[in-house]
Design a protein around this ligand. Structure first.
Ligand SMILES: *Cc1c(COP(=O)(O)O)cnc(C)c1O
Length: 394
């Protein structure tokens, strides 16, 4: 590629990367030297601090974001025959959690400007069997929680907000974690803060909270055998079928240390997104991600939507050219029902045309707090050069 040959990077710039410092390392090592590697004091502290940060009453730490979604579906009472409405433009876990409970994922198409689940499409998919809605805060911009909650209330449905992308984001002055009955987070290294792996469910509801604590540890409630404890102190009772979804104290200590830096992480993400917005809106060869008024994204991902009618190359060609330049571009996401497993369940292509169109044209650009100015310049320069080289001249 002529324009960029002289600037090529020798190292690959990934689309996401964790930011771990010496304090994080010390926090984990301190736990290793302590008495508790799991089920210890760091778990409760992490839950309390996360609940405070997200303005929720309760938090339940679990092993992964996927386990958080499963735990939330269990607490919501999803069972075989139930339908749950979710977005197709997400990671498979947002729908898999419904299948884990024997429920049926129903995909409602996305809004063409925000790319979040379209409340009108949700309403159209509601049947007598619908039990819950799982909106996904795609790329970090909260879904339209006010409209979604209004629909849910009218039809007596629970809302489980998949906030794997939106920790720290706000919608109309409310923090993510304070809006839905259940909100799930992920602490995968690509996300805002990391525990290696980890997840959490937030809620204000005491009953849901207790169900989730039981589900996370095999369905056992501590003290549930208390009537016999004096005579038979070894007793504990498994009341329901749960899982071992516990987070370790090593993970919680890392999460606590990372949480101290959340504000600077998010402001750096916003700074980079603003720079991309400025550059690419002027270029007019891609659509930049539209933000609803009143929504304050925490920018997990930055995606561009190619204006293919103005370009002579397709998405695949442009994507591969960017990869050759050592840019770790990606595509988030393949519509969930395109996956062979979902195709075998009977979902057909054509189900959600807006999501399918976005999928054909989107490219995820690198975005993470540790990116230095030189990295951001590189993304801006290379993407601009590659797009310009591919302008269609009629
Ligand atoms: C990352 C992610 C998850 C799952 O999180 P894990 O911690 O990887 O299990 C769920 N939903 C969305 C939208 C995600 O991006």
């Amino acid at each position: 590629m002529e324009l960029t040959k002289n600037r090529a990077r020798s190292s690959f710039l990934p689309y996401a990367q964790q930011d771990i410092d010496e304090q994080d390392i010390k926090a984990v090592v301190d736990v290793l030297k302590s008495d508790w590697l799991t089920t210890g004091p760091k778990i409760e502290q992490f839950e309390r601090e996360m609940a405070d940060y997200c303005q929720a009453r309760y938090a339940v730490a679990v092993a992964t974001g996927t386990a958080a979604l499963h735990t939330a579906c269990y607490a919501a009472g999803i069972k075989p025959g139930d339908e749950v409405i979710t977005s197709p433009m997400t990671f498979a876990a947002s729908a898999n959690c419904i299948l884990y409970q024997g429920g049926k994922p129903v995909f409602a198409d996305i809004d063409p400007t925000t790319y979040n689940i379209d409340p009108e499409q949700i309403e159209r998919k509601i049947t007598a069997r619908t039990k819950a809605i799982i909106p996904v805060d795609y790329t970090g911009q909260p879904a339209e929680l006010d409209r979604i909650k209004e629909i849910a209330q009218r039809h007596q449905l629970l809302v489980i907000e998949d906030a794997a992308h939106s920790l720290g984001a706000e919608f109309k002055g409310q923090k993510v974690g304070s809006m839905a009955e259940l909100t799930t987070l992920s602490f995968h290294p690509a996300k805002h803060i990391t525990c290696g792996e980890g997840g959490m469910v937030l809620t204000d509801n005491n009953q849901l909270y207790n169900k989730m604590k039981q589900f996370r540890t095999h369905g056992i409630i501590k003290g549930s055998a208390s009537e016999n404890c004096n005579q038979e102190p070894w007793l504990y009772h498994q009341q329901v079928l749960g899982y071992n979804y516990r987070m370790t104290d090593l993970q919680a200590a890392l999460g606590l240390s990372q949480l101290k830096k959340i504000d600077s992480f998010i402001s750096r993400r916003r700074e980079i997104a603003a720079r991309y917005n400025d550059t690419f809106s002027e270029l007019d060869l891609v659509e930049i991600p539209a933000q609803l008024s009143g929504s304050n994204s925490s920018w997990h991902l930055y995606i561009i939507k190619l204006k293919l009618e103005k370009l002579k190359a397709g998405r695949k060609e442009i994507f591969n050219t960017l990869r050759q330049e050592n840019l770790g571009v990606n595509v988030h996401f393949i519509p969930v029902y395109y996956h062979p497993y979902y195709q075998k369940l009977g979902y057909k292509k054509g189900l959600c045309p807006v999501a399918e169109d976005l999928y054909e044209r989107l490219i995820t650009l690198p975005l993470f707090p540790k990116m230095i100015e030189h990295d951001v310049d590189y993304v801006v320069d290379i993407v601009t050069a590659v797009l310009r080289e591919n302008i269609l001249v009629r």
